[in-house]
Design a protein around this ligand. Structure first.
Ligand code: 13P
Length: 250
């Protein structure tokens, strides 16, 4: 049996002072879980988060990285810079980055390869919009995102990747996919990985659900056979709520 991997995506929230407070509250609340706990915080809070979580079971992630090692890329952060800080994970290809910042399957692939080369574990996000789902294009979109976004990722590298299925229509809307909708979509995503990498790699791959997941619906979602964890936005900003998601599945 796989344990679950629960990651909080804080997005553009929390000052350093607030980060200290939230992590201080979270540490005792999640100390006894067998699940993996990750918090993905803004760049400005990474050093604080790494320092405060030393010796705890909480891992720290960033929310993006560039694919080049260094150079004239104003505003970007290289994977090695995150590694130097003690960061272990990085969210890549989040739908907000695809929608607002021009991220494509190809740039997600470049970032994923660079993150893996640097020793980071990427949490790669995919997911369809409501329009795509309503037009019957869900499978086509997910299939394209996986096939293009993982084109050059080797089977050895895939072992260090987490995938997050986040239907865009469920992000920040309060509308969660039903347990079955989420499980069915993730089963489909896993079948695409199986086509590309074989059954063993696809079975071992961790695929999370994300989109309005919270302390109320986590237990149902995490009990589904294909759902290996969650990527939590809003509910990860409140220690008690995030801790309940972490502990929803024993
Ligand atoms: P919400 O949990 O706020 O819907 O956000 C989900 C998400 O985008 C996590 O990456």
């Amino acid at each position: 049996m796989k344990n679950k991997i629960i990651a909080g995506n804080w997005k553009m929230n929390k000052t350093i002072a607030e980060t200290k407070q939230l992590i201080g509250q979270l540490i005792p609340l999640v100390a006894d879980t067998n699940n993996t706990v990750i918090i993905c915080v803004p760049y400005t809070n990474l050093a604080t988060a790494v320092e405060l979580t030393k010796g705890t079971n909480i891992h720290v992630g960033a929310q993006n990285c560039h694919w080049k090692e260094s150079g004239a890329y104003t505003g970007e952060i290289a994977p090695s810079m995150l590694v130097e800080l003690g960061v272990e994970y990085v969210v890549l290809g989040h739908s907000e980055r695809r929608t607002y910042f021009g991220e494509t399957d190809n740039t997600v692939l470049l970032r994923t390869k660079a993150a893996l080369s640097a020793g980071l574990k990427p949490i790669v996000c995919i997911g369809e919009t409501l329009e795509e789902r309503n037009n019957g294009q869900m499978e086509q979109v997910l299939s394209r995102q996986v096939k293009e976004g993982f084109k050059d990722v080797t089977v050895e590298e895939l072992a260090n990747v987490i995938v997050a299925y986040e239907p865009v229509w469920a992000i920040g809307t309060g509308v969660t996919a039903t347990d079955e909708q989420a499980n069915d979509a993730i089963a489909f995503v896993r079948s695409v990985f199986q086509e590309m990498y074989g059954k063993q790699a696809a079975d071992q791959l961790y695929i999370q659900y994300g989109g309005s997941m919270n302390d109320k619906n986590a237990q149902g979602l995490l009990s589904m056979s294909h759902i290996d964890g969650g990527l939590i936005g809003g509910a990860s900003l409140v220690a008690e709520k995030f801790a309940q998601v972490v502990k929803a599945h024993k």
